[in-house]
Design a protein around this ligand. Structure first.
Ligand code: ADP
Ligand code: F6P
Length: 320
């Protein structure tokens, strides 16, 4: 049984990271382990920014967005020197296992630690929901609900003025957030990186809706497929229809986690500690068909979670 473990949040923050930290700490303590928090992701590992965590230090955080451990993107950890420093610090403090909570980049970083002989387990947390090996990543459900609320509000003003809006969501190279929010709001067009799009086709839809005197046209674009500003300008140029642009930006990452994310984070955090006590290879915990499952980290980083293109087809039919 590993006695001293650490937990770190890394990469883009995601609502529910705090709930995952809480679960890791409380489950580990219940097993008689000692837990350290590493602040600011891999940067904190390099700088030996470790703090002991007890049960009280994770009290009252289950409902908070962000991460009490802070997070960072650490270019230094991408270098052999940075990795060496991080690994030396973990060894010096006597950390026997690390729970890495973060996105796909963070999972790659976890694998670096594992290859040097440190036990690691990954916990998927990203609003992009692009990690292979889990149906849902922590934070994705909250971000989706935030986007849906935003688009619902935009639709009110769009209808009032009979306007065409282009709304840009985050998601990096993945269209999950855009596609699911388009489905949930009844958006008229969705543009995602997984499906090549023709601007002329989008323009035809805008013109048809104008002819049919529809109250509004809402186009949702995933940031990985194009920039809303540019697409809006091009639509305006080609159709003569005035467009308005909303780039939702970082508000999609903040806010209190939904009940779904709190429960998911609690289950995956607990599962991660369980895995650390007996796993002999680096694993990531995930959710599949309602159950907590594990996948090898090697497999997780070598594959990409795909959006369900059947949902894209559905969205196309609904918006006719
Ligand atoms: P996310 O985890 O949200 O996808 P990033 O892609 O920025 O966010 O990754 C978080 C951090 O993980 C990076 O800043 C870097 O320190 C580390 N990381 C990412 N990719 C690698 C890699 N291939 N090797 C080692 N570390 C990596
Ligand atoms: O990975 C989460 C994410 O919010 C992406 O959707 C987005 O492309 C990126 O992080 C933004 O990163 P930053 O906060 O560093 O600007």
């Amino acid at each position: 049984m590993r006695k001293r473990i650490a937990v770190v949040t890394s990469g883009g923050d995601a609502p529910g990271m705090n709930a995952a930290i809480r679960a890791v700490v409380r489950i580990a303590l219940s097993k008689g382990m000692e837990v350290y928090g590493i602040r600011r992701g891999y940067l904190g590992m390099i700088r030996a920014d470790f703090i002991p965590l007890d049960s009280a230090s994770v009290g009252g955080i289950i409902e908070e967005g962000g991460t009490i451990l802070r997070t960072a993107r650490s270019p230094e950890f991408m270098t052999p020197e940075g990795q060496r420093a991080a690994i030396e610090n973990l060894r010096r403090i006597g950390i026997e296992g690390v729970v890495v909570i973060g996105g796909d980049g963070s999972m790659r970083g976890a694998l670096v630690l594992a290859r040097s002989g440190i036990s690691v387990v990954g916990v998927p947390a990203t609003i992009d929901n692009d990690i292979f090996g889990t149906d849902m990543s922590i934070g994705a459900d909250t971000a989706l609900n935030t986007v849906v609320e935003a688009i619902d509000r935009i639709r009110d003003t769009a209808s009032a003025h009979e306007r065409t809006f282009v709304v840009e969501t985050m998601g990096r190279n993945c269209g999950w957030l855009a596609l699911e929010s388009a489905l949930a709001t009844g958006a008229d067009v969705v543009i995602i990186p997984e499906v090549p799009f023709q601007l002329e086709e989008v323009c035809r839809i805008v013109q048809r809706r104008q002819r049919e005197r529809k109250a509004h046209t809402i186009i949702v674009v995933a940031e990985g497929a194009g920039r809303a500003v540019k697409i809006g300008e091009e639509i305006q140029k080609c159709t003569g229809v005035e467009t308005r642009i909303t780039v939702l930006g970082h508000l999609q990452r903040g806010g209190a986690p939904t009940a779904f994310d709190r429960i998911l984070a609690s289950r995956l955090g607990a599962g991660a500690v369980e895995v650390l006590t007996h796993a002999t290879e680096p694993l990531m915990v995930g959710l599949h068909c309602g159950e907590v499952v594990t996948h090898s980290l090697e497999e997780v980083v070598s594959k990409q979670r795909r959006v369900d293109l059947r949902l894209y087809q559905l969205e196309g039919i609904f918006s006719i």
